[in-house]
Design a protein around this ligand. Structure first.
Ligand code: PHE
Length: 367
């Protein structure tokens, strides 16, 4: 307050009657109104309160000291009353402002802290089932619908289950065609190897269970091959085995044909081509009309119209001998589906390595 009148006494200001007192108080009130006019911020509000209500040298304290205390007895009551009014007025204005300032601060904090649901979220791309997994599930679905059971077996095998009991004695040339990973074993322990096919589970299941047997065995198999577009040191097979008292070659052929049509579609035709496996007799390769050209001939089927799908055959009676099954009474068939190969033919994938590189650009095509 420039030229602050509250620094002087009423006598100095030459105030002699009640009207003059009230005029003085009106001036002070106007002064306050000017200073408090614009809604202050918190810091300015604190200042304002200090200037007006401060205990030691606030305006009201000075009025008390300079006007009220030395006032003549006649004016004391008027000054006291006016001072109380002024004080009440200032306090209520400042309290109102404080409430507004606090509400505004709360609002600002809320606005800062509120979740903004309109912001785009973090988009996590949804994964998809691996194409090999999809083939597994499709094949399992087909055979489950035919009454087969899905079982799993060990990837670490003995030569007995992987070879001998499947009618592949030592020095049999079939052992060479499945170049085998042998595992390091302690001296005196029997040899262990990574199974080269899922066929050992034929033996394990027949050892465990009397006919009828209807199983499929999905799993990993291992061969010492250098990885390229058509080879890997690990790939997947699904073994199938059905043994009962009256299973015929017709059942075998019918099952194979049903499976191929379920998997590739009703237009595909099958044929059984003579082949050789030590544990099946007769043995066949199951061929299908080329899934790419429909049988008219293309580069994939090398113009033959046919493509090789998988090996299969009627279980060789010699295998029954290893599991104490009565070969005279029982018969059955087995097949070994290559999961990578079937997937490759179904989805036209021309490089086996793609399955194992986890490249999302490849994988997302199978979503
Ligand atoms: N185990 C054979 C292989 O891996 C496939 C097969 C299984 C053939 C069952 C006939 C019967 O090549």
């Amino acid at each position: 307050m420039a030229n602050d009148p509250t620094a002087k006494t009423l006598a100095d200001l030459d105030v002699a009657d009640a009207d003059a007192v009230l005029r003085l108080f009106d001036d002070v009130r106007e002064q306050f109104a000017r200073e408090a006019a614009a809604m202050p911020d918190m810091r300015r509000w604190e200042e304002l309160r200090g200037v007006w209500l401060g205990r030691k040298s606030g305006v009201l304290t000075r009025i008390t000291n300079n006007w009220l205390k030395p006032a003549s007895p006649e004016l004391k009551r008027v000054v006291g009353q006016a001072l109380n009014d002024l004080k009440g007025h200032i306090e209520s204005v400042l309290a109102g402002q404080q409430a507004q300032l606090e509400a505004a601060a709360d609002q600002a904090a809320l606005a800062r802290e509120r979740e903004d649901f309109s912001l785009p979220g973090v988009i996590r791309p949804l994964g998809s089932r691996h194409p090999l997994r999809q083939t597994f599930e499709e094949i399992e679905r087909i055979f489950l619908s035919l009454g087969y059971t899905v079982v799993a077996g060990p990837e670490m095998e003995t030569p007995y289950y992987n070879f001998e009991a499947l009618n592949i004695p030592e020095h049999h040339p079939a052992r060479d065609s499945m170049d085998t990973f042998y595992l390091a074993t302690p001296p005196g322990a029997g040899a262990r190897l990574l199974r080269t096919h899922t066929s050992p589970m034929q033996v394990r299941m027949m050892e465990k269970q009397q006919p009828p047997v209807r199983i499929i065995v999905p799993g990993k198999v291992y061969r010492r091959d250098n990885p390229d577009a058509t080879h890997g040191f690990m790939f997947h097979q699904i073994e199938g085995l059905a043994v009962d008292i009256d299973i015929t070659f017709c059942d075998f052929a019918g099952t194979v044909e049903y499976f191929v049509r379920e998997f590739f579609g009703p237009k595909v035709k099958t044929r059984l081509r003579p082949s050789y496996f030590p544990f099946t007799e007769p043995s066949v390769e199951v061929d299908a009309t080329c899934v790419f050209c429909g049988g008219s001939g293309c580069s994939v089927c090398k113009q033959s119209g046919w493509i090789e799908l998988f090996g299969a055959g009627m279980v060789d009676p010699a295998v029954y001998g290893f599991v104490n099954y009565d070969a005279k009474r029982l018969s059955g068939f087995a097949f070994g589906l290559g999961v990578e190969r079937l997937t490759q033919l179904k989805y036209n994938v021309n490089d086996l390595q793609l399955y194992f590189q986890n490249d999302v650009r490849f994988l997302r095509q199978f979503a």
